[in-house]
Ligand binder design. Structure first.
Ligand code: C5P
Length: 234
């Protein structure tokens, strides 16, 4: 009964506008992927790590993760062209014996270890698919995408909306089934799922939500990086 974490770090980080993959961009002198790996290990509920690396950066990522605070075995694999393909590559490299798999984005480097614990505990308590989420503070509108002035279609009731984070946790069996079905379905890169729970939902299986944490915010832009740097100083 062990838990594997797949740490997705194969994105290009084009929106950060640096000349290196986002996972290797530093925050307070430490690469994002190392922040995330340290926090997954610090949770004490993760037994092994599979990290998806950008093309040609596998060795750098492996060297980056050779750190005393990363106290669990690490396997680095090449990611795929989409996040979904990267997670599938990580799953394919998972050793035997892990019955729970959590998937975490290196783009959320400051994930609190107790959030990792909350997700794994909910899976171990019998929920086969678990995501962390937070209430949304903005009013959200559905639009017909495209053009300078997009047509607004509707305004969903904010009370029932949550912004979803990672890590997302699953029984291994369910995550493997969801990815297998997702692979058969996704014809193009545009069809790829942006999170793993979406693949489970597409199977018609229930997904449960636990309380997220603002500290697990995603870094996409330079501004996000500056905010995270301020939080690190606190
Ligand atoms: O691009 P985005 O920030 O949504 O990516 C979310 C996470 O998925 C990041 O940690 C990124 O490194 C990872 N990813 C990946 N393989 C891809 C694209 C993204 O592992 N092909």
């Amino acid at each position: 009964m062990t838990t594997l974490a797949i740490l997705t770090a194969a994105g290009s980080g084009a929106r950060l506008g640096r000349h290196l993959p986002k996972a290797l961009v530093e925050l307070g002198g430490v690469p994002l992927v190392l922040h995330a790996a340290r926090r997954l290990a610090a949770s004490r509920v993760v037994d092994a790590l599979v990290v998806t690396a950008p093309d040609g950066s596998g060795d750098v990522v492996a060297r980056t993760l050779a750190d005393p605070a990363v106290t669990v075995p690490v396997t680095v694999v090449d990611g795929g062209p989409t996040r979904q393909a990267s997670v599938a590559a990580g799953l394919a490299a998972a050793g035997t014996g892990h019955d729970v798999v959590i998937v975490h984005d290196a783009a959320r480097p400051l994930v609190p270890p107790d959030l990792v614990q909350r997700v794994v505990a909910a899976v171990r308590a019998g929920h086969d698919a678990v995501v962390p989420g937070l209430p949304v503070t903005d009013t959200v509108k559905q639009v017909a995408p495209g053009g300078d002035a997009e047509l607004v279609l509707s305004t969903p009731d904010r009370a029932g909306l949550r912004a979803v984070q990672t890590p997302q946790g699953f029984t291994r069996d369910l995550l493997e089934r969801a990815h297998k079905a997702g692979q058969d379905r996704s014809g193009s890169e545009a069809d790829a799922a942006t999170d793993d729970a979406g693949l489970v939902e597409a199977l018609g299986e229930p997904v449960h939500m636990v309380r997220g944490d603002a500290a697990a915010a995603k870094i996409t832009t330079e501004r996000d990086l500056r905010i995270a740097a301020l939080e690190l100083e606190d």
